[in-house]
Structures are given as C-alpha cells and as structure tokens.
Design a protein around this ligand. Sequence first.
Ligand SMILES: C[S@@+](CC[C@H](N)C(=O)[O-])C[C@H]1O[C@@H](n2cnc3c(N)ncnc32)[C@H](O)[C@@H]1O
Ligand code: SF4
Length: 382
Amino acid sequence: MSMAFYVHIPYCVKRCGYCDFNTYTPAELRDGAKSVSTVSAGYVDALISELDFAQNRLGPRQVSSIFFGGGTPTLLPPEQLGRVLSAIESRFEIAKNCEITTEANPDSVNSESLSKLREAGFNRISFGVQSIKSHVLQTLDRTHDSTRVGDVVQGAKSAGFDSISVDLIYGTPGESIADFAESVDFALALPINHISAYALIVEKGTKFGASVRRGEVVMPNDDETAEKYALIDARMNEAGFSWYELSNWSKPGYESVHNRFYWLSGDWWGLGAGAHSHIAGERWWNLKHPKSYIDTLEASNSPSAGSEILSEADKEIESVMLQIRMREGLALAELTDSQRVALDSFYQRGLFIAEAWRDGRGVLSLEGRLLADQIVREVLSH
Ligand SMILES: C[S@@+](CC[C@H](N)C(=O)[O-])C[C@H]1O[C@@H](n2cnc3c(N)ncnc32)[C@H](O)[C@@H]1O
Ligand code: SF4
C-alpha cells in the first residue's frame, strides 16, 4: 500500500498574529538573528535520522506524496530540502507520479531559489498568499506585500512548476466582500490550478486572538463569511475549477494527492518537530521544540512524544467527519439507521445533492457545505 511523508520545517522569520502552528522565530529560538540558517543543517540531519526509524518500522514501501510544510520550508536553502528528498528516495520506492510539494511564503523565494527547488525534485508549490489587499495583510500581520505575489507565482511557472496552488484566508476583520472578490480574481489570473481558501480561525493564545478578546477587532458574522464562501465557489466554477473538499478547489486532475492521504485515513509519516503520523491505525506525535527534537535524535532516540491506537468507534467518527467534507461524499450504506434518518432530514432541506443521494452517496450541496459542521455534529450525535 502506498504512503505519504509530511516534513515539518518549524521556522518563520516572524510569527503572523493569527497563527498557532508549531513554528519558531529567531527571537523565540533565543540565540540571535542567524539562528534559522545556523540550525537548519542540524535540523535536516535530525530529519534524516528520523527517516532511519521510519525505514526500520515500515520496511519497503512505495511513496506517492511528499509534502514540506511549516512554518516556512523555503527559509531553508533548497539544497537542504533536497537532502531530505534524496534521503527519502534512497530508503523508499518513489512512485512514478509522486507529488512532491513545498509550501512557500511569497517573500521567501525568488527566481533562483524556485529553479533550485525544481532541480531538487519538487513538482508542486503552494503559496501562502492569504489576501491581495494591503490592509487585510496588515491585520493578519503578514510580512509580504501583495505586489510580490504575481512575480513569484509567475517565477514558479517559469522555473517549470506545473502544479501551483495558492492559499487564501477570508473573514479577516475589515475585509469587505469586494476586497475578497479582488483577492480571488487576482489569484485566478495567475498561472495556478489549485486554491485552498480557509475562513480565518481565531486561535486562543495568539496575538490576534488577544485583540479579538479585548474587542480591538471584531470578527465578521456568519452570514458574511457564508457570502464569501459562496462567492469563491461561484468564481472558481466560472474559471473551470471544482471543489473536491470543502476548502479546496482545483482544475481537473490537479486535486492534491497529499490531502487525500489525510482525508481518506491513509498511511502517512510526519517527519520533524511536533509532526503527527498515522500508520496502520496508530497515531503518534513528535517532541514539539526543534531543540529537543534534534537533541533526541542526536542521542539516537526516537522523537515520538506520545501515541494512541484508534478504536473502531474513533475511526468511524473520523471517517464521517472527513468524508462528508469531500466531493465523493459519505457512503450512506455505511451509516447506522438513526444516522441515515438524521441525514435524511437535511436531504429534505436540500443540503445534499439529489443525484448523488439516489446513487447512495451523501454529497453536500452548496447550502449543505455552508452548514457542514452542524450536519456532522447532528449525524455523530446519533
Ligand atoms: C501554517 S501555514 C504554513 C505555510 C506558510 N508559512 C504560510 O503562512 O503561507 C499553512 C496555511 O494555514 C492557513 N492558516 C494558518 N493559520 C490559520 C488560521 N488561524 N485560520 C485560517 N487559516 C490559517 C493559512 O492559509 C496558511 O497558508
Ligand atoms: S508564515 Fe505561515 S507558519 Fe509562519 S507564522 Fe505565518 S502563517 Fe504561521
């Protein structure tokens, strides 16, 4: 059975106010502005050591997706990212069409580094654009300004990337419907074939979360957020993109292979500080801080900090939650009678597509996608 690798790079130049991902800035690493470049080689050595643990546990496996995420993977020199790729390639069989992605912040790449990433073996790149409006980027505390985005996405295309994705965030305080429409149209004018759009989540413990709590910024209401979702869905359809998961749209054939490993509960190994893995029904997670992660691997110990075996009930809940978000939808035959009855009341309200329903699949309509969380809660309570 084929599997995926996720590679976590836990470094950013500056922490965006809304983000609570496992990432560290030079100031947080507390040893001066050069920290990220200084630690990167040591961190990459540790990633490669973790691969030896993976090889011992997994034996010969075929890999169909490798995804470098962060943090900001492109803060590390392309050669260092290439070392990790070569190490995976020397230990596992790489599928012919293996998807090899890196996330990139628009201000962390240039035409030279993009060419080097391509040479290192990356064939897909996902840019964290978030918005094209300066005032929105400012509220989000992003380091890039929108003028650079067009150049770097074009640069990726010229460097030979055929598969290019853009991440957008909607629902930032102060973002009007017209602002968001401008961001979507800007993204659609770029040579891309995939978009992920997430509603801004207010994470506790972030700078942004504190401003919301103090009332300095006010989050938009649900109707406005729903209007933005409907807007992006309509514009994507017009441009020849289709949704294949609630927050993801692509041109035909450009759906992310990697995401499907997560959504279909496939096997993936997360390398790196704080990374999660899921292999054969077991889930585990690594030590969070890069320093403990590096020190532990230097001492030839496993970086795993905890694990759990998913019960059949857990697997079922997870499968409903993930499948309902997807274009393929839920297999109605796999639900219990009471879950089917609960779902049927939503079907009567037009929240599922009639044609798919008749074929035995619960596929959300646009109205249904707007109420997905409520539908999942209701189904799981039966
Ligand atoms: C953690 S980032 C890593 C990639 C890269 N550092 C960047 O920021 O573009 C991956 C994506 O998660 C999304 N994200 C992070 N925090 C979020 C939040 N609080 N609400 C919604 N989306 C969020 C952003 O769209 C971002 O592009
Ligand atoms: S650049 Fe990305 S990972 Fe880093 S703090 Fe910002 S959103 Fe988080």
